[in-house]
Design a binder for this molecule. Structure first.
Ligand code: MN
Length: 479
């Protein structure tokens, strides 16, 4: 309510508040650039449980990256710094952690504006009530939407007071009044509507918010990814810095701070992403069938730059000979040597493949025949030169699908045969709802389900009103 009254007053040129109009620098005369750092989503206090024993390293890296942001402010002569929300993982972080951040920010050579986000909203007992903030005179917590004159520009904060909301946080920014041709910078935390986020309750920000709110730039935060939102004229006036340090495997475009420079009101912002992240995250999730597969991964791991600052997640699946298992062990050794915190969080079950001698002890019959064939397949692996190991196992496993038959399966009560299939692309055509997907799905389940599938998983496949088990027969031969 108070905000609304404020906005109305500003909209009336004769109003009391509007008469305190800020004085803007005349950029055309001085040629001065407004230059500031935009960062967000530090998520300090993140437990990083997903990386096990490396959690300490990950937490430390987030503090180191925060120091780099401050160092960049110094090097690049930033006028001020903006932290656009979620500086902390939550409001329950320990006092000592808050103190670490206030110490880092206190060292900044410029004012620092900190916006509470949805992880650290301004609620009673919030992390921003900590006494440590009093020691950092250059740091200002953005506790209200009151505009701030930073000398040359007005900042319009959109603080967050709750963990979830369906309300656009930028609604508190008053529109630009006629005659106001100053630089206006918004600071918000929320998700852009329509850009891959489920924004129903995640503080939706519309991509044209800068236009609607009369902003030259809207510094925003949410999630971990750095990205820019272009307006219809192709200009970027809404940007997400992303987190300053990567938080997990597979995360793209994180570990940066944005240096924003604006020549003057209306001028397009110049945005430069500067690397702040210290850790590199590498993930290899692979199927391995022979030592050559593992050797390739070992060579990649050996070639990692700065392994002490690397987090490596390797998950291998498959059957390996003892030679292959030795390679796995050597990878573990490389990682442990490079980083004392390395650990095998998901150890492989080490079942070496049977040897020829052991197989000979089996009674003659199908078990021995199958074991021999499996061994022969793994022995074919690993051909090629030492420099270029080759695994030809995959070819050994190929089969030709000849036909298949489905019965008592979904809409098919009577047996239906698909085939004969040709050795190449086969097209199954028919009107909508005739059962093409059911037939294809049945084949996939026939090939990959366990024979023992029971319960609702199996009964869901039964034709309606019939109590017969679904059946599929697949006719295939080796290539
Ligand atoms: Mn957030």
């Amino acid at each position: 309510m108070l905000l609304l009254a404020w906005g109305v007053a500003l909209a009336q040129p004769c109003g009391k508040i509007a008469s305190k109009a800020p004085t803007y620098l005349d950029f055309r005369r001085t040629g001065r650039l407004l230059k500031f750092l935009h960062t967000a989503d530090w998520q300090i206090g993140m437990r990083a449980a997903h990386v096990g024993a490396a959690g300490e390293k990950v937490r430390g890296a987030r503090l180191d990256a925060a120091k780099r942001v401050v160092a960049i402010a110094q090097e690049r002569g930033a006028d001020f710094m903006v932290l656009a929300g979620d500086t902390f993982e939550d409001n329950d972080v320990e006092g000592v952690v808050v103190r670490q951040i206030t110490d880092i920010l206190r060292a900044a050579p410029c004012p620092v504006y900190v916006l509470p986000g949805n992880h650290d909203p301004l609620i009673p007992g919030s992390v921003f009530d900590h006494k440590g903030w009093e020691t950092a005179g250059n740091v200002r917590i953005l506790r209200s939407p009151d505009p701030i004159d930073v000398g040359g520009a007005m900042l319009f904060p959109c603080p967050i007071f709750e963990a979830r909301s369906a309300k656009d946080p930028t609604e508190v920014i008053p529109p630009r009044v006629p005659g106001d041709d100053g630089l206006r910078i918004g600071i918000a935390h929320g998700s852009v509507v329509g850009i891959g986020f489920d924004v129903a309750e995640d503080f939706p920000i519309f991509s044209d918010a800068p236009l609607r709110r009369g902003l030259d730039y809207l510094a925003s935060g949410t999630g971990t990814r750095h990205f820019l939102v272009r307006d219809e004229a192709g200009l970027v006036r809404l940007a997400y810095s992303g987190t300053h340090e990567t938080t997990k495997f597979g995360e793209s475009n994180s570990g940066n701070v944005l240096l924003v420079e604006i020549d003057g009101p209306g001028a397009p912002p110049h945005i430069e992403a500067i690397r702040t992240g210290g850790l590199s995250w590498y993930q290899y999730i692979e199927e391995v069938d022979c030592p050559a597969d593992v050797i390739r991964i070992r060579r990649t791991v050996e070639a990692l730059e700065n392994p002490a600052q690397a987090l490596v997640d390797i998950r291998l699946r498959g059957a390996l000979s003892s030679e292959g298992l030795e390679e796995v062990a050597s990878i573990e050794e490389i990682l442990t040597t490079a980083s004392p915190t390395a650990e095998s969080t998901d150890p492989v079950s080490r079942w070496p493949l049977p040897t020829r001698v052991w197989i000979e002890t089996l009674p003659a019959g199908p078990v021995r025949a199958v074991a021999s064939r499996l061994l022969a397949r793994t022995e074919r692996c690993g051909s090629g030169s030492a420099d270029d190991p080759v695994c030809d196992h995959a070819r050994g496993g190929e089969v030709i699908l000849r036909s298949y038959q489905v019965e008592s399966w979904g809409c098919f009560i009577e047996p239906v045969r698909v085939g004969p299939l040709s050795e190449g692309v086969n097209i199954v055509s028919g009107p909508n709802e005739v059962g093409k997907s059911t037939l294809t799905g049945a084949l996939a389940r026939g090939l990959f389900d366990r024979r023992s599938v029971a319960g609702s998983e199996a009964s869901d496949l039964k034709p309606w009103g019939r109590d017969v088990g679904p059946r599929i027969f697949i006719d295939f031969c080796p290539r």
